[in-house]
Design a binder for this molecule. Structure first.
Ligand code: NGO
Length: 521
């Protein structure tokens, strides 16, 4: 019989225990190594006594490792009450090191964590890897580490070795600011939460029929009319971001190794822009503002040159605001644009994204245009066969998986949970977890899959509590699909780790859905 991976890990753990001796005087750790979401690629626990952070613990980190070490110290100080100085050199209990010669297996985001009774060594090739390791360390400490005031605890971390790296380069969440605007402070809270699960992209849906949410120079009415009070679903979701607020969000996210992907949807989903600028319609007549949640009725006038001036102004300015590689142009549900016009439109606008130095990104309908071969295609279908996407992937396009019946965070958990829609079905936690992005879209080779994203559309999300309730815990499931190797995929294990994680959300005041599928601690 071939030894299984789990079997090998147990053997390795026993060996390590034999070498390091049995537990010393330290209290047993509150968590077990590997009780982490997303589950690490390789976990080798040891039965050695855990490491305990104390009042005399020092953190050592130099150069580019220093900001991550400062963040670690800042994370641990409130609950521990310890000073936790960060020093460039010296002997330390906790050491963060960047090592250019380290194993290429770790890539840019992987890390290695070695914990024994005397200390913690966190190593990575790049700061993003150290940041990922920091998130793991947080989860290995007792849940009381989430407290904002001093707690009496044994701040133990279980001993052993973790070697970890992501399955996919793209692990995203999306927030729709158009249907209900959510102010920058809420977007920042969301970034804090998603970065804990090693999500590295936040896609912001910035314009739709009901509202336009980002200031564009030269087109002031987009926000004064399209984003003002009274816009949004039921007219209660008004608001918009100035470019300075947007830049601040980009910086805030980057500090947490999250890259923002801006989306302006076109040629459909443009009613708010057309209310502000009637010249963007074919007859030049302003449509009425819309506060309902129907889709598919609006279209830019693909035969007018002003349409392309508008598109290029928006693309140029968003590209300048965006340090990240992707710019999303929507392209979904253009039911009011004749198909040939749609393809011609995409053939003109998708290349504009490259003209301004970015990679075009769009919902899977863009696959109908040959120019999509250079783009990233976001697969949101509830069926698994999309020949156009298969063809585009064959021609070079990359695919991000967001199947609406699995990954849409705006679907209801069940028909009794408040908020959310159910056009793609209901999505309980296990449904969100139990699918493989690698083989999901039939005919799309695994090598074309860039990653996975969980979109959160905001038709029913009035406030930030609603955002949290829809996102958590399902976003943790999608994060694990994006990060953890498929061999580790295991519902029972995930369910138990999630149940234990719940206490951390509770302590942080996160309004999450207590799914009956999970035994919450
Ligand atoms: C669809 C539609 C959105 C809706 C969403 C609601 C896509 C890509 N277009 O997804 O406009 O908000 O469903 O679930």
């Amino acid at each position: 019989m071939r030894p299984t991976k789990a079997g090998l890990i147990v053997v390795a753990a026993l060996l390590l225990t034999a070498l390091t001796g049995s537990a010393g005087h330290r209290p047993p750790p509150a968590t077990t190594l590997g009780s982490v979401i997303p589950v690490p690629a390789q976990v080798v626990p040891s039965r050695a006594a855990p490491f305990e952070i104390t009042a005399s613990t020092v953190i050592v980190a130099a150069g580019a490792a220093r900001p991550v070490a400062d963040r670690l110290a800042a994370t641990l100080r409130p609950a521990t009450g310890f000073p936790l100085p960060v020093r460039p050199i010296g002997t330390a209990a906790i050491e963060l090191r960047l090592n250019a010669t380290a194993d290429p297996w770790f890539g840019d985001e992987g890390y290695q964590l070695e914990i024994d009774t005397t200390g913690v060594a966190l190593r990575a090739n790049r700061p993003a890897g150290l940041f990922a390791g920091l998130q793991t360390v947080r989860q290995l400490l007792p849940p009381a580490v989430e407290a904002l005031s001093v707690r009496q605890e044994h701040w133990t971390i279980p001993a052993g070795v973790i070697r970890d790296r992501p399955r996919y380069a793209y692990r995203g969440a999306m927030l729709d600011l158009a249907r209900h605007f959510h102010p920058p402070a809420d977007v920042k809270r969301f970034i804090d939460e998603i970065s804990r699960f090693k999500i590295n992209y936040l896609h912001l849906h910035l314009a739709d029929d009901q509202g336009w949410r980002i200031a564009i120079d030269g087109w002031p009415r987009l926000t004064t009319v399209g984003g003002g009070p009274g816009t949004g679903v039921r007219g209660i979701g008004g608001g918009f971001l100035t470019q300075e607020q947007y830049r601040d969000l980009v910086r805030y996210a980057a500090d947490r190794y999250v890259t923002i992907v801006p989306e302006i949807d076109m040629p459909g989903h443009v009613n708010a822009a057309q209310v502000a600028y009637p010249e963007l319609t074919c007859d030049g007549v302003a449509p009425r503002p819309r506060i309902d949640i129907r889709v598919g009725y609006s279209s830019l006038c693909t035969g007018k040159e002003i349409t392309y001036r508008f598109a290029e102004d928006v693309i140029r300015q968003l590209a300048a605001l965006t340090p990240g590689p992707y710019l999303h142009l929507g392209g979904d549900e253009a039911m009011s644009t004749p198909h040939a016009d749609y393809v011609a439109f995409e053939q003109r606008v998708l290349p504009l994204v490259a003209k301004y130095g970015k990679t075009a990104y769009g919902w899977h309908e863009i696959a109908a245009a040959p120019a999509a071969a250079d783009a990233v295609i976001q697969y949101w279908a509830v069926t698994r066969d999309r020949p156009a996407v298969v063809a585009a992937a064959g021609a070079g396009a990359k695919v991000v998986l967001s199947p609406a019946d699995r990954a849409y965070l705006d679907m209801q958990y069940d028909l009794l949970t408040p908020g959310g829609l159910h056009w793609a079905g209901t999505i309980e936690v296990r449904t969100a977890y139990d699918w493989d992005p690698g083989g999901w879209a039939r005919g799309v080779p695994a090598s074309a899959v860039l990653g996975v994203e969980a979109p959160l559309w905001s038709e029913t999300l009035r406030d930030y509590g609603d955002v949290e309730f829809q996102a958590f815990p399902r976003l943790a499931a999608i994060a694990e699909l994006g990060w953890s190797p498929w061999e580790t995929h295991d519902w029972i294990s995930f369910r138990d780790r999630l149940g234990a994680y719940g206490e951390r959300w509770t302590r942080r005041g996160v309004h999450f859905y207590r799914s009956p599928q999970v035994r919450w601690s």
